[in-house]
Design a protein around this ligand. Structure first.
Ligand code: SF4
Length: 104
């Protein structure tokens, strides 16, 4: 994916959330087993089905929860690429977004 394609996809994802896409923000995976179960669900998807990935992983376009967690502080966030490096996601993300696979 080149830079232009990446930005187009980021804009599409932002628009989906702005339009009210309902995603599964809860339950947050508290254990390894729960985390792995979400990854399993993601692996079953077509890798290009970004909307389904967003729904299952619980994307929101703002910091989340009392700790205001966001991609910026997640271990999977690649700052210089504005990219989520979790292989099951592998999508562009904004620093202020969040999903329930957030980890530090
Ligand atoms: S796993 Fe979720 S919170 Fe972490 S960078 Fe990827 S999209 Fe953002």
């Amino acid at each position: 994916m080149n830079n232009e394609q990446q930005h187009a996809l980021l804009r599409k994802m932002a628009q989906l959330m702005k339009s009210g896409l309902e995603t599964q923000t809860e339950p947050f995976p508290e254990t390894e087993k729960e985390f792995a179960a979400i990854l399993d669900e993601l692996r079953k998807l077509d890798a290009n089905d970004v909307e389904a990935k967003m729904v299952i992983s619980g994307f929101v376009d703002h910091p989340y929860g009392p700790d205001r967690q966001r991609c910026m502080e997640c271990m999977y966030y690649l700052v210089h690429r504005e990219w989520c490096d979790l292989p099951e996601l592998a999508v562009p993300v904004d620093a202020d977004w969040w999903c329930r696979l957030w980890r530090i």
